[in-house]
Design a protein around this ligand. Structure first.
Ligand code: FES
Ligand code: FES
Length: 182
């Protein structure tokens, strides 16, 4: 017990860096050891374990998150670089207790198999659809080319992104129709 307490004190005393940033829509201060990557701070200091730890070499895409709307590999970004930025992880994708249309489509179409790669793919696909609302198959393939799926279920993944495009467009179309009817 004494050893565990000592270990905790040692870990806490290494937290000499601090940033304030927006994480999944909330402003937040976090303290951490200065050498830590964004991935490590998310998982170890903030207990957000949705973002996965894969190769740590920038090769697998499992650690992808959005920083200021752009997909980045959080294993290659120092947390210290994220002060004042907007970070979105898979935990922040849904809103008002509902899944994001991408999450819905992935569940409907079996696009998440073991699911290890899924959080990185979901946020990368969100970045794509935010900037290009109706991408074609080649654009989806290109956007997700840095996200490796060891289960090799790429076809379902591409189809799920295409299904999400329709799910996102439907409410927009009915809003436009409602406004036109007023
Ligand atoms: S863990 Fe970051 S790219 Fe693999
Ligand atoms: S679903 Fe298993 S690695 Fe992609």
């Amino acid at each position: 017990m004494k050893d565990a307490n000592l270990q905790l004190v040692t870990i806490e005393s290494r937290k000499t860096s601090q940033i304030r940033f927006h994480l999944n829509g909330e402003e937040l201060d976090v303290s951490f050891a200065p050498y830590k990557t964004l991935l490590e701070v998310l998982r170890e200091d903030l207990n957000l374990t949705g973002t996965k730890h894969g190769c740590e070499l920038g090769e697998c895409g499992a650690c992808a998150v959005l920083v200021d709307g752009k997909a980045v590999l959080s294993c290659l970004v120092l947390a210290l670089e994220c002060g004042g930025k907007n970070v979105l992880t898979v935990e922040g994708l849904g809103a008002d207790g509902k899944l994001h249309p991408l999450q819905d489509a992935f569940a409907d179409l079996g696009a998440a198999q073991c699911g290890y790669c899924t959080p990185g793919i979901l946020v990368t696909a969100k970045a794509l659809l935010d900037h290009t609302p109706s991408p074609n198959r080649d654009q989806i393939r290109e956007a997700l080319s840095g996200n490796l799926c060891r289960c090799t279920g790429y076809l379902q993944i591409f189809e799920a992104v295409e299904a999400a495009i329709l799910k996102i467009a439907e409410p927009r179309q009915s809003e436009t129709a409602e406004q036109a009817a007023k």
